[in-house]
Write a protein that binds this ligand. Structure first.
Ligand code: ADP
Ligand code: MG
Length: 342
């Protein structure tokens, strides 16, 4: 494999959850959490995933690290299906793909001390004797900028930012190649967010980490992501290099998300709840026909209810799924024809 080949490939991944009820046709009803999403993570790079709450971002994150089985489709690490392959391959995937949890309060067991929390993945994967594990934990604490004395303390004794450092140390314990960070800074004050993001960037360089960073906040992703995927109701509706997406969004949903970014963060550092788009995300149990965004889209016409728009290319590596994009897609016509029409 060349260095360019994606380290992780998400191929047509679907994840549905039964909701314990039946629809009018007698079929079991399901939550369409992730609906046919494909994307790639390239080595040492960062992909950001954005979208409103309930659009399937966390589900996709759990699928990427193998904590959940796709209803259909496949996630490949280094070419190998992370839930297929041999036992040894599955074990490798479990080690190489780590999730950094969203909520440090919820994910860190309050009764475990920091040493045990960080060492837990090592114990689970039976790595090292007790003494080596302790040395590894001390090394990890230093890497994330925490004092060695933290080892015998408890999560409640730490601030939000420090707990995210602990979450990072734990995610790093097995020396993974890929870290999926689910809302890594959403719970933090603005003043602390950039510290954690900078630490993530430093660790990325030091360990050649590949990141999938999930956030409902585009400002965070603008800071850290090379490429951004926009999710709406389980679908990837736009994908592109970070700069292209901000300068030249083509999907009305992406445009609305960008338009909702506050011009300046409020000085108090408190989060302002901005409503990205008018109305609410419809139920993922019965998503709208055709384009799922059409019920909230200012550009929607009748075709949007009838035909699901495919992802089409707009620039190199920049694609969107919309019948009425904010600018024209690249046509499949030969170059000459395109030049003539220009
Ligand atoms: P996001 O992270 O973008 O907010 P999620 O992936 O958490 O979105 O959720 C997507 C949808 O899937 C939501 O409607 C959510 O309620 C549903 N969902 C997520 N996990 C489960 C589960 N384990 N069982 C049932 N429904 C779930
Ligand atoms: Mg989430």
């Amino acid at each position: 494999m060349t260095d360019d080949s994606p380290l992780v490939r998400v191929e047509h991944v679907v994840r549905e959850y039964p909701v314990g009820a039946w629809n009018v046709r007698g079929h079991p009803r399901v939550v369409h959490a992730v609906s046919d999403v494909s994307l790639s993570l390239r080595r040492g790079r960062t992909v950001g995933l954005v979208g409103e709450s309930g659009c399937g971002k966390s589900t996709l994150g759990r699928l990427v690290v193998g904590l959940e089985r796709p209803t259909s489709g496949v996630v490949r690490f280094d070419g190998v299906d992370i839930r297929g392959g041999t036992r040894a391959q599955r074990r490798t995937a479990r080690r190489e793909l780590q999730l950094m949890f969203q909520d440090p309060y919820g994910s860190l067991d309050p009764r475990m001390n920091i040493g045990s929390i960080i060492a837990e993945p090592l114990v689970v994967q039976r790595q090292g004797a007790r003494k080596e594990r302790r040395e590894r934990v001390l090394h990890l604490l230093a890497e994330v900028g925490l004092p060695a004395s933290a080892i015998s303390r408890y999560p409640s004794e730490f601030s939000g930012g420090q707990r995210q450092r602990l979450g990072l140390a734990r995610a790093l314990a097995l020396n993974p190649q890929v870290i999926v960070a689910d809302e890594p800074v959403s719970a933090l004050d603005v003043s602390v967010r950039s510290q954690i993001l900078n630490l993530m960037l430093d660790l990325q360089v030091a360990h050649e980490l590949t990141y999938l960073v999930i956030s409902h906040d585009l400002t965070t992703l603008r800071y850290i992501a090379d490429e951004i995927g926009v999710m709406y109701l389980g679908k990837l509706v736009e994908w592109g290099p970070s700069a292209a997406l901000f300068q030249n969004a083509v999907h009305p949903y992406t445009r609305a998300l960008i338009g909702a970014i506050p011009v300046a963060e409020p000085p108090s550092g408190r989060r302002r709840q901005s409503t990205a788009v008018r109305g609410e995300v419809p139920s993922p149990v019965e998503p709208p026909s055709g384009c799922r965004f059409r019920t909230r889209c200012p550009r929607a016409e009748s075709i949007c209810a009838e035909v699901e728009p495919p992802l089409r290319d707009f620039d190199a590596g920049h694609a969107a799924a919309c019948h009425f994009p904010l600018r024209d897609p690249v046509t499949a016509a030969p170059a000459m024809t395109r030049k003539e029409s220009a």
